[in-house]
Design a protein around this ligand. Structure first.
Ligand code: AMP
Length: 286
């Protein structure tokens, strides 16, 4: 397995593989890799000839009051796990390498980036979109893998690729969870035992809501109200949003008449966590 910290070194290794006709896969991450990341990486290794994992805690996607400094870093374990799984290259640039000349260019996806988390984290998706475009231009992957855990991010990235005619297929993979349902996240490291116990109410209330939709509930506001109440009862310190949205446009829906996504962001023990679930109101009550 190769490790590159320089863009030129990553490009050189990948160019050699591409010349021999290998298909290049890419899994962009911020490191502190857990089973959610490993599921993407294992799929990439299985489906492509050369899996490139990028590990970069991107300062551009953190707000001034956010957790950039304390974001978990676990480089040695990340590297060992990638080597074990057959990753061909880990690209691990520093911020000075990625933003050598500062950063005056931003990639902005109007609408999709401004709803849900975009309302509460201004500039966040511009930071994500900009770094993902840079990584795609450096790695030039044929296929790139993202988790549905960050559902809005997945939709936004699919849209950039479409709008900018980028020759990469984007694969979205299901959320990997702890045994009690909590979505795996590097930010779960921040949780105290008590907050960790409380945080599983997110998945429990989403699963209950999905059950209600399967049983025939179609009123999005009623679903949102119930999740909100469950989160409060379950110990959420505050709730940024609970929203039933169209799975492609991310616009709020009134009536769940077809496929929809229920997304939420809430705070537990000082950590901002997100989760979501797919529902489908197109069938009869099941
Ligand atoms: P991050 O390191 O948080 O930027 O995440 C890197 C990639 O891993 C993103 O595509 C995330 O959506 C994905 N990911 C993070 N957590 C999970 C999870 N629990 N299940 C599946 N994918 C995940």
């Amino acid at each position: 397995m190769k490790v590159a910290q320089r863009i030129a070194d990553a490009r050189a290794a990948i160019a050699q593989w591409r010349r021999t006709g290998l298909q290049i896969g890419c899994v962009p991450t911020m490191g502190a890799l857990h089973d959610g990341h490993w599921s993407l990486i294992e799929q990439c290794v299985a489906e492509t000839d050369a899996c490139v994992v990028t590990v970069f805690v991107n300062p551009l996607q953190f707000g001034p009051e956010e957790d950039f400094e304390r974001y978990p870093r676990a480089w040695d374990d990340d590297l060992a796990g990638c080597a074990e799984r057959g990753v061909r290259l880990v690209f691990h640039p520093g911020a000075e390498e990625m933003y050598e000349r500062g950063e005056c260019t931003r990639v902005h996806v109007a609408g999709l980036s401004e709803t849900l988390c975009g309302k509460y984290r201004p500039g966040h998706f511009d930071g994500v979109c900009t770094v993902v475009c840079k990584l795609f231009n450096i790695v030039e992957p044929d296929v790139a893998y993202f988790g549905e855990k960050d559902y809005q991010q997945l939709v936004v990235i699919r849209r950039i690729v479409e709008d900018l005619n980028m020759p990469v297929s984007v694969v979205g993979l299901p959320t990997i969870r702890e045994p009690d349902g909590l979505a795996m996240s590097s930010r779960n490291d921040y949780l105290t035992t008590e907050a960790r116990r409380q945080a599983c109410v997110m998945h429990a209330s989403l699963a209950a809501a999905a059950g209600r939709v399967a049983a025939g509930e179609r009123d999005a506001r009623s679903i949102e109200r119930e999740i909100h109440a469950n989160l409060e009862k379950g110990g959420a310190e505050s709730i940024d949003y609970v929203s039933v949205v169209d799975p492609d446009t991310l616009q709020a829906v009134e009536t769940i008449a077809g496929p929809a996504r229920i997304c939420l962001a809430a705070w537990f023990g000082g950590a901002r966590l997100i989760d979501n679930v797919a529902v489908d109101g197109s069938g009869g009550a099941g």
